[in-house]
Design a protein around this ligand. Structure first.
Ligand code: SF4
Length: 160
């Protein structure tokens, strides 16, 4: 069965800023003779089978995670990257945003604990692990606490 696509796989195109690009050397799809396999078009007959085939190859790819993170960071809209379709990547981004929001709220609720641990010279990583949240949520919450204090004219407590 031949499935046509208007897209071409561009594993050699310029990388996103934070991407070293080295992972492309080990990409499983690079050796495949039909790069358009990763760009199913519409909902034509064979569409599901095409996605399944591409995903199967991605599932055996040693750089699947790097590929997925690159696609998410680069805002890659079309095609299958890291074993996920456009819709699945959007869903993952929404899930991650939800987790970040919940982590941040948890830190805001734990202001007293966080500021006490900072005064005890605990690192953001240690505090994050103790709260079960991401380190960036702790850092963001501390910036918020500090901005509140600054706005109130209270001396800012320096984080470790
Ligand atoms: S995960 Fe899939 S799309 Fe990404 S490099 Fe590997 S085979 Fe290619």
């Amino acid at each position: 069965m031949t499935i046509t696509s208007t897209n071409t796989r561009r594993l050699t195109k310029p990388a996103a800023p934070a991407d070293t690009g080295n992972w492309r050397d080990d990409a499983e799809c690079r050796a495949h003779d039909d790069p358009d396999l990763w760009f199913p078009v519409g909902h034509s007959v064979g569409w599901i089978a095409q996605i399944r085939e591409a995903k199967t190859i991605c599932g055996q790819c040693p750089v699947r995670r790097e590929c997925l993170e690159w696609a998410l960071a680069a805002g890659q809209l079309n095609g299958i990257w890291g074993g996920l379709t456009e819709g699945e990547r959007q869903e993952l981004l929404r899930d991650r945003a939800d987790v970040r929001a919940r982590s941040y709220e948890r830190c805001i609720d734990a202001q007293e604990f966080i500021e006490r641990r900072v005064a005890e010279k605990a690192t953001h990583r240690m505090i994050a692990d103790e709260l079960g949240v991401g380190r960036s949520a702790v850092s963001k919450a501390l910036r918020f606490f500090q901005s509140e204090r600054a706005a109130a004219g209270i001396e800012v407590v320096k984080a470790a």
